[in-house]
Design a protein around this ligand. Structure first.
Ligand SMILES: C[S@@+](CC[C@H](N)C(=O)[O-])C[C@H]1O[C@@H](n2cnc3c(N)ncnc32)[C@H](O)[C@@H]1O
Length: 284
């Protein structure tokens, strides 16, 4: 029998094969010093696939015509860390600036629908936080309803999309960023699981989308949340995504990035705005 130690070493040539495969299929770049990441995240999948080294595993992945092994590799290599109302300020800006303005535009007959795209939505905390923010706002606005909003949430990983669509979270996931009021108002407890209420679930449509592919299935959003995903990509791929997002946004549409991400050096197509110390961007 082959031991785990005999399996779990990756040489530089194998690293380059797997690194290039991953970048080709999901855009994630793995620098040489992160060789351990590739090894720790892929070794058990390699073993499960009946391979005894990464060269064999790469050959198997390349010749897999079903796409199943590719999805498993992408699942293993993506970082799905997320939480409710992450970084707070995007949700404050959404509430105090963008949804507020949109409600006025609905009342004046200027607009009838606000489309929000949550790109890289992971297990659903971000799009459901957007939906709860909107719901909280419109509770006090007669004449504006959830039907005036469409939230499209996408991710490359089928596993996170499955969890997101189910809208079921354990105590640990629930404890990260969700206050008592939101929990009691928008979730139903079923034993050790908390389930997102239907009125919030109904506002979000989940789809599988790789940011390398065309954005045309999304249409023309008013707002894009693209947070904590660009950090994993090359500068070239970041620029490409930001340029295509600028082209698809409605005139004066807005973009939110993660707290550690910025547009400096990447795009001249947006102007930076701020509200209560939070930053967001508007397409020029
Ligand atoms: C760290 S999570 C961020 C989740 C959420 N946006 C947030 O800020 O809390 C990054 C997500 O990006 C997704 N992702 C990675 N590469 C992607 C790609 N090429 N296309 C679409 N989604 C991708 C991952 O599956 C993961 O769920």
């Amino acid at each position: 029998m082959i031991t785990m130690e005999e399996y779990a070493t990756i040489d530089f040539a194998e690293f380059k094969l797997m690194r290039d495969y991953i970048e080709k299929y999901c855009g994630i770049t793995i620098r040489q010093e992160k060789i351990y990441l590739l090894e720790t995240r892929l070794t058990s999948l390699m073993v499960e696939s009946g391979c005894s080294n990464f060269r064999q595993f790469h050959t198997k992945a390349v010749s897999d015509t079903t796409g199943k092994l590719r999805d498993k590799i992408i699942d293993a290599m993506t970082t799905n860390e997320t939480l409710w109302f992450r970084d707070t300020s995007p949700f404050v800006i959404l509430d105090e600036v963008l949804v507020k303005r949109f409600c006025e535009q609905i009342k004046s007959g200027e607009k009838s629908k606000m489309v929000i795209w949550c790109a890289a939505s992971s297990t659903g905390q971000e799009p459901y936080s957007i939906a709860m923010t909107i719901y909280e706002h419109i509770r006090t606005h007669p004449g504006v309803s959830a039907d005036h909003f469409e939230i499209i949430a996408t991710d490359i990983s089928p596993t996170v999309l499955y969890i997101a669509m189910a809208g079921r979270y354990d105590g640990f996931a629930i404890s990260r960023g969700l206050g008592e009021t939101m929990l009691n108002r928008y979730f139903i407890q079923d034993g050790k699981v908390w389930i997102v209420k239907d009125e919030i679930k109904r506002m979000v449509q989940f789809k599988k989308l790789n940011l390398q592919d065309s954005f045309s299935p999304i249409g023309k959003p008013d707002i894009i949340f693209c947070r904590n995903v660009l950090i994993y990509f090359s500068d070239e791929f970041k620029k490409d995504i930001l340029r295509r997002m600028a082209a698809m946004l409605r005139p004066h549409g807005h973009l939110f990035l993660g707290a550690s991400e910025s547009l400096i050096n990447y795009s001249a197509e947006y102007e930076m705005l701020s509200h209560t110390r939070g930053l967001y961007y508007r397409v020029r």
